[in-house]
Design a protein around this ligand. Structure first.
Ligand code: ATP
Ligand code: RI2
Length: 191
């Protein structure tokens, strides 16, 4: 007999906290707006900015949990991740602990791959997808000036194209970053 409880669509979705997913092409400004929002909301204990697990060295650009590919694989097998994905030759994950925050009613904010939006919408009760965008020539200029050593060939990053299925809000990040971060804060706080 089919075990209905094992079918994801029939399992209770994780809530009641909101999961805010920040997505968009490389160079659009996801980390920049997230960093500004996190600083502005540092004293707000109802909002959690996720520290991602990534097989990339930690740097001034990113406060990730740095792991080796072997450690990533082992953690994945142990069920330590809420979701994981691969991109740019790297492995990324959100830790399982986000589920506790969401069950406690906190708003959880994470920078994710556009490829895992459908899976997260299936698993969580209140998902808001925020697409950060900028024109291609702006992306190219920003990636060149960011000059992150681990980025690899910028042409590969610029060529990567993923359908952003059903973003709830779009931020066209072409003006001052502070103003766009304020937009993001409003979305996170549900204003
Ligand atoms: N509104 C803005 N105005 C000018 N420069 C910006 C703005 N937003 C971001 N930048 C700059 O663009 C570059 C890319 O930004 P950021 O690293 O935040 O992008 P990202 O979307 O997180 O990219 P990736 O997916 O590759 O990590 C950075 O050097 C950042 O300082
Ligand atoms: O193109 P898609 O699949 O949406 O995103 C792929 C990955 O690229 C970015 O990572 P990075 O921090 O620039 O390495 C995103 O954060 C995501 O992890």
């Amino acid at each position: 007999m089919t075990d209905l409880a094992a079918i994801p669509e029939l399992q209770a979705k994780i809530g009641p906290g909101r999961l805010v997913l920040v997505v968009g092409p490389s160079g659009a400004g996801k980390d920049t707006l997230l960093g500004l929002a996190q600083a502005a909301l540092a004293d707000d204990h109802d909002v959690v900015f996720v520290r991602r697990v990534v097989t990339r060295e930690a740097s001034a650009h990113e406060n990730n949990v740095q792991v080796t590919p072997d450690a990533f694989r082992a953690a994945r097998e142990d069920g330590a991740f809420a979701i994981d994905w691969e991109a740019h030759g790297l492995c990324y994950a959100l830790p399982r602990s986000i589920d506790d925050d969401i069950r406690a009613g906190r708003n959880v904010v994470a920078n994710i791959s556009r490829t895992v939006i459908p899976a997260l919408r299936t698993a969580y009760a209140d998902v808001v997808v925020v697409s950060i965008t900028a024109p291609p020539e702006v992306l190219a200029a920003r990636l060149a000036s960011r000059a992150r050593a681990s980025d690899g060939p910028l042409s590969d990053r610029l060529k990567r194209s993923v359908e952003t299925s059903g973003a709830d809000v779009t931020i066209n990040n072409v003006s001052k970053a502070d103003a766009h971060a304020a937009e993001l804060i409003g979305i996170i706080k549900g204003r």
